[in-house]
Design a protein around this ligand. Structure first.
Ligand SMILES: Nc1ncnc2c1ncn2[C@@H]1O[C@H](COP(=O)(O)OP(=O)(O)OP(=O)(O)O)[C@@H](O)[C@H]1O
Length: 350
């Protein structure tokens, strides 16, 4: 398969419901093959067998009819930088990229569907769309899942539902998640309280790259904790409602800032834009924070002539692996900081 790592993923489009706050929506289904140990207990031959079976299944005509062409790429054939780009584009988890053993990823051309093979479960089927489109992502995931289930024998128990490596995923095996930009809640110091309250009602709050990662650039991922005892529709409706409520709270905080701290707000946005368009050295941490301020300016119509699509693209392009890949060589952190600044200047000017 020829991977086009520089392609923009579907989720980066920056348009759709609640796109002023919700960056992307993800549905993932955990599935395992019957009669095969879970990935943490598999030997190499079994890992290869799972990859081969998935590779065959995605070529079935029924799968093509349901969701279009899917292609499989083994991670062994990718360099560490190429794997890392898949993480930076949110197509695979850091665990899959760094994990030992035989692993693979299946991608659709627009990268709205990706399947991690031999991560925590044999298959982690993910659909990633822009803005708040959990229902659309679910329809796509469901179609892919049904078509694959015609080709593969998934481990399923009448009472418990889909069987998964970690008991927290048993049942539907479904995690619905949204990635939100919440700078005003952070600036007004409400984020901690608002997000902690969510964890008490079964919503997990995670950082930019999922489990175990930190929120950077005021971006948070929220997802359902519970997968058992509720239907897929219930889980998705609940997470959609939580996301809309969070987006409303963020909008209220933005309006408060506009009313009470208008000049400070406009100054912050203007300074961020000024630095991004003039800096000669930029760390990824600083770039993400400044991009958050610029994004806020765009979303609040303080800055005109820029759009969220470009900011989403920049968020990926400033990452270390992506920078090195486009430079065609390995770089020291300082070289990356210089290249990052040049790339940001060029894209914002364009
Ligand atoms: N709404 C989203 N938009 C973009 N990327 C997302 C979104 N939700 C999750 N991701 C990405 O998916 C990957 C996995 O995330 P995470 O670890 O939270 O989920 P998971 O693997 O389904 O969870 P778990 O292993 O706990 O069951 C990460 O790279 C993360 O950035």
């Amino acid at each position: 398969m020829s991977l086009n790592l520089e392609r923009n993923s579907k989720w980066m489009e920056g348009s759709g419901p609640q796109a002023d706050i919700v960056i992307s929506s993800r549905i993932r289904l955990a599935r395992n093959l019957k009669g095969m140990p879970f990935p943490n207990l598999m030997n190499e031959a079994q890992e290869v067998k799972v990859i081969r079976q998935v590779g065959q299944a995605i070529r079935a005509p029924g799968v093509f009819q349901a969701v279009g062409e899917l292609r499989l790429q083994t991670l062994r054939e990718l360099s560490p930088v190429e794997r890392q780009i898949l993480v930076e584009k949110h197509l695979i988890s850091p665990d899959l990229a760094e994990g030992k053993g035989e692993k693979a990823v299946v991608l659709r051309d627009d990268e709205a569907i990706s399947i991690m093979v031999n991560e925590e479960d044999h298959l982690r089927l993910q659909c990633l769309l822009p803005a708040l489109m959990l229902h659309e992502a679910w329809r796509l995931a469901d179609a892919a899942d049904d078509a694959l289930e015609n080709e593969l024998d998934f481990a399923f128990d009448q009472e418990r539902g889909y069987l998964t490596a970690c008991p927290t995923n048993v049942g539907t095996g479904l995690r619905a998640s949204t990635m939100l930009h919440l700078p005003a809640l952070v600036l007004t110091k409400q984020a901690g309280q608002v997000l902690t309250a969510l964890t008490k009602v079964g919503v997990a709050v995670r950082g930019l790259y999922g489990e175990g990662t930190e929120a950077q650039g005021n971006i948070f991922q929220v997802s359902n904790q519970i997968t058992l005892g509720r239907s897929e529709e219930e889980i998705i409706n609940n997470l959609s409602a939580v996301t809309v409520r969070l987006a409303d709270q963020e909008r209220e905080a933005r309006e408060l800032l506009r009313k009470q701290n208008r000049w400070q707000l406009e100054d912050r946005v203007g300074r961020a834009y000024g630095i991004l368009t003039n800096a000669r050295i930029l760390s990824s941490q600083e770039a993400l924070q400044l991009l958050s301020d610029v994004r806020l300016g765009v979303e609040m119509k303080i800055l005109r002539g820029l759009d969220q699509r470009l900011i989403n693209q920049l968020m990926v392009r400033i990452q270390p692996a992506y920078l090195q890949f486009t430079a065609g060589k390995e770089m020291t952190p300082f070289e990356r900081d210089v290249r990052r600044a040049a790339m940001v200047r060029e894209l914002l000017a364009g």
